[in-house]
Structure formats: C-alpha cells, structure tokens
Design a protein around this ligand. Structure first.
Ligand SMILES: Nc1nc2c(c(=O)[nH]1)N=C([C@H](O)[C@H](O)COP(=O)(O)OP(=O)(O)OP(=O)(O)O)CN2
Ligand SMILES: [Zn+2]
Length: 150
C-alpha cells in the first residue's frame, strides 16, 4: 500500500458579523453574546487551514496538486466569504448565529462540493489568534447540507 500523507493549506479572509440568535430574545442575546451582539457588528481576519489526505500517487508524487487545492479553496470559500457581511450576504446565517462553529460547518460543506470525494480530512477555522474551531464533517444533517446551497 502506498504511503498516506496529509497536505495542509492556510488561507485568510476578512468578514463582518454580529452574534445574534433568532431563537433567543434580545435580552438573552445581549447576555449570551455580550459585546459581540452589539448592533454595529464587527469584523474578523479569519484564518482557514484546510487539510486533505490520501495516498501518494506513484506517477505525480502528490496526494493532490497544491495548485488544485488553492483553486478549490478560492472557489468554494474565499470568493464567497471574503469582504462579506456573513449575516447579510450569506443565506445560511439568516436563521443561525454566525459563530465560528457554524462558519466551519458552512465552509466544510462548500469544500465537499468542490474537493474530490474522500480527499478532505479536516478544517481549522480561526476567528481570532486565540479562538479556533476544528471540524471534520461529523454529525452533519440533511438540513445543514440543503441550507448551505447558495
Ligand atoms: N463558542 C463561541 N464563542 C464565541 C464565539 C464563537 O464564534 N463561538 N465568538 C465570539 C466573538 O465573535 C469573538 O470570537 C470573540 O472576540 P474577542 O473576545 O474580541 O476575541 P478574543 O477571545 O480573541 O479576545 P479577548 O481579548 O481574549 O477576549 C465570542 N464567543
Ligand atoms: Zn465576532
């Protein structure tokens, strides 16, 4: 069996948002999200690490061509999220808070629609240098998959 490797690519995008849940009252939102619920909103310079993995192709010496990986991430994620207001521009966040967890789910689903089946292993989305979420597609429901379609 050929050796298995994991490739990682890090990209950045900037987006605005406000943490607010449609399932909570205004007062509950203020208490839960604090300054992040401020009506003016705020922005983050997000960092997305995408990890793909598989066996090394004998002929190319690659698990995947980094040029392809760059293109998949740009098309599926950066073109859609960079310099956007998540709550206003992305329908997925109309009925769920734009937490970094929900953002990771959105990004994962977008990537699975572009990256060849079985290659995508894990994503790590950082909202601030201190806060990051790791997602590998566990627990996805049909609802998320359908609502993620643009
Ligand atoms: N589980 C989650 N909790 C919080 C989220 C989130 O997406 N998921 N998001 C936020 C805020 O949007 C933001 O990430 C926090 O901003 P901030 O407090 O400014 O960032 P830091 O924690 O890095 O900075 P400190 O100065 O250390 O507070 C909040 N919670
Ligand atoms: Zn925020």
């Amino acid at each position: 069996m050929p050796p298995i490797c994991y490739l990682s690519r890090t990209e950045h995008f900037s987006a605005a948002h406000r943490l607010h849940s449609p399932y909570l009252s205004d007062e509950e939102n203020r208490l839960l999200f604090g300054k992040c619920n401020n009506a003016n909103g705020h922005g983050h310079n997000y960092v997305l690490e995408t990890v793909v993995g598989g066996s090394i192709d004998k002929k190319t010496g690659m698990v995947a061509n980094m040029e392809d990986l760059k293109r998949w991430i740009s098309t599926a994620v950066l073109d859609v999220l960079d310099h956007r207001n998540l709550d206003v521009d992305i329908a997925y966040f109309k009925n769920r808070p734009s937490t970094v967890e929900n953002l990771a789910v959105f990004i994962w689903i977008r990537l699975t629609q572009t990256v060849p089946a079985g290659l995508l292993q894990k994503i790590i989305v950082s909202e601030t240098p201190k806060n990051k979420v790791i997602f590998a597609g566990e627990g996805l429901t049909k609802t998320e998959l359908e609502e993620c379609l643009l």
